[in-house]
Design a protein around this ligand. Structure first.
Ligand code: HAM
Length: 418
């Protein structure tokens, strides 16, 4: 074969599209109930946006971005995630002037040059949500509850919701010092990347996937022990609200996010059925990011669901889109012309109608009607045109009904059978 998709990218074909649309529709319904409005953002942004927010020492920025120079010599990047782009738009369009909380959602492709493996792609799709302008922990509980509602409406079960708090600007310096003290004495046991990150951003060492680093950082001080009073209260209230809303969750003090912008609440939803790439959705609070992007101080919280991770969990319960309501089998040119006209007329009335276009035998036309899953068929030949009468055959019950060859009558007959 001459051309193929690039490594880590994939075509999404029917019937799988039915599952995608099911997920998108369910998410849209629930976003509406919670007052989230859709925002569409470009897939290409200035590289700086991602460096500034995700962090210079993160894996995404260091290794995974699709960055290149455009023809004007600007460094641009295919977005590896949606939050940075969203916050850029939030500041650019002064969305903070709307009544808080301002709530938005987006759906679309993200790009990360990661090593492709099962459930990990270089182009993958996220459904993301961001709620801005309010730092009340009720909003944290609400967004986690909404995420749980979306995932269960889609049909997912048995997921683990893990939450933690990773502190704020005030408590992070103490935690950083404690972590450096712990890691510093055995720094030679860590990989080159971790050694480099020790001074620049030691928290990133907690996110390293190298097995010897995972082993060597065991017993490191948990961030929850270093929260300041405000972060502690915020986290305790979040837990209480999640109890109140009966959102099942566990506290994972070792939960680490791969992006630097998070403050306070962080969470991850995972499925054991997915093996090593088990996170189906993740998110957290980012109270300093709007400020960082030149906007007024405005807190934010959000999440993103990974489409390619949830589709395998539900796709077996889906069948392809149903076949046409009606399939015409015309015999001869005159009949084909009549069928062509009726096909268009009935489609305009809301029916899904197909006709056979090849002048083949009735037997092969019937075979085709079966293959496309037609619910009803009509054979039109010279007699039918002359008498203006046809027989409508139901392909499931095999029931046959005589009718006048006229769109209104056919529409009634088929609509009554639907
Ligand atoms: P993230 O944890 O980097 O967070 O990604 C969110 C989800 O996207 C992951 O849990 C996973 O399901 C999916 N995902 C990530 N990388 C891949 C990949 N290579 N292939 C397939 N799926 C993948 C964010 O992106 C944040 N922007 C979420 C957020 C929104 N935080 C606040 N607001």
């Amino acid at each position: 074969m001459k051309y193929k998709t690039l490594k880590g990218l994939q075509d999404i074909l029917p019937p799988e599209i039915a599952v995608w649309q099911h997920i998108e529709n369910k998410a849209r319904e629930i976003f509406k109930n919670y007052g989230y409005r859709e925002i569409r953002l470009p897939v290409l942004e200035s590289t700086d946006i991602f460096i500034r927010s995700i962090g210079e020492t993160s894996d995404i920025v260091e290794k995974e971005m699709y960055t290149f120079q455009d023809k004007g010599g600007r460094s641009v990047t295919l977005r590896p995630e949606g939050t940075a782009s969203f916050v850029r738009a939030y500041v650019e369009h002064h969305l903070y002037n709307e009544p808080a909380p301002q709530k938005y959602y987006y759906m679309g492709p993200m790009f990360r040059y990661e090593r492709p493996q099962a459930f990990r792609y270089r182009q993958f799709y996220q459904i993301g949500a961001e709620a801005m302008g309010i730092d009340d922990p009720k909003l944290d509980a609400e967004i986690i509850s909404m995420l749980s509602g979306i995932l269960s409406a889609i049909g997912l079960e048995g997921l683990n919701f893990e939450i933690t708090s990773i502190g704020c600007k005030k408590c992070r310096p103490d935690y950083r010092t404690a972590l450096k003290n712990f890691l510093g004495v055995k720094l030679d046991q860590f990989c080159g990347d971790c050694q480099r990150r020790y001074d620049a951003n030691p928290l990133r060492i907690l996110d390293c996937k190298v097995p010897s680093c995972i082993e060597s950082r065991k017993g490191s001080p948990p961030v929850l022990d270093y929260l300041c009073g405000e972060c502690k209260d915020h986290f305790n209230s979040l837990k209480n609200y999640l109890e109140l809303l009966k959102v099942p969750h566990t506290i994972n003090p070792n939960l680490v996010r791969g992006l630097d912008y998070y403050t306070k609440t962080a969470f991850e939803v995972s499925s054991e059925s997915l093996g090593s790439q088990k996170a189906v959705a993740a998110g957290g609070r980012y109270d300093g990011l709007v400020d960082e992007f030149g906007g007024p101080p405005a807190p934010g919280i959000g999440f993103a669901i990974g489409m390619e991770r949830i589709i395998p969990l539900i796709k077996d319960s889906f069948s392809d889109a149903p076949g046409p309501d009606l399939f015409f089998c015309p015999l001869g040119d005159k009949a084909a012309e009549k069928a062509f006209l009726l096909t268009e007329q009935l489609r305009a009335e809301g029916l899904q109608v197909e006709m056979n276009h090849e002048g083949t035998s009735l037997r092969s036309q019937m075979r085709k009607a079966n293959r496309v899953g037609a619910k009803n068929i009509i054979v039109i030949g010279e007699d039918e045109i002359r008498n203006n009468k046809i027989v409508l055959k139901n392909m499931t019950s095999k029931e046959e009904t005589a009718a006048v060859l006229e769109p209104g009558e056919l529409l009634n007959l088929i609509s009554n059978r639907k």
